[in-house]
Design a protein around this ligand. Structure first.
Ligand SMILES: [Zn+2]
Length: 87
């Protein structure tokens, strides 16, 4: 029985590429990474490593797993002024 190199997300885990891909376009970078525009610093410094399920931005220093990204992006979108926040 063979073990695949990149483990599939287990129950309760989210695919880092799918989560990050909702907010920015990811393109292949190197042999095992993806790169894209960081939603937080608006720079092309975002790197995603699908095999590890992690992301990292070299500009603003954010990083972590899919859950960490979801928390951070929620904070950012909540901070933006929206029609539902009008008083
Ligand atoms: Zn950034």
């Amino acid at each position: 029985m063979r073990i695949v190199a990149a483990p599939l997300p287990g129950p309760g885990e989210q695919d880092i590429v799918e989560v990050v891909g909702r907010y920015t376009v990811l393109r292949p970078f190197g042999e095992s990474q993806l790169r894209g525009a960081c939603p937080f610093s608006r720079s092309q410094a975002l790197r995603v490593r699908p095999a590890f399920g992690t992301f990292h931005c070299f500009r603003c220093g954010v990083g972590g797993d899919a859950g960490a990204f979801a928390v951070k992006i929620t904070d950012v979108t909540n901070a933006l002024p929206g029609p539902d926040q009008s008083l």
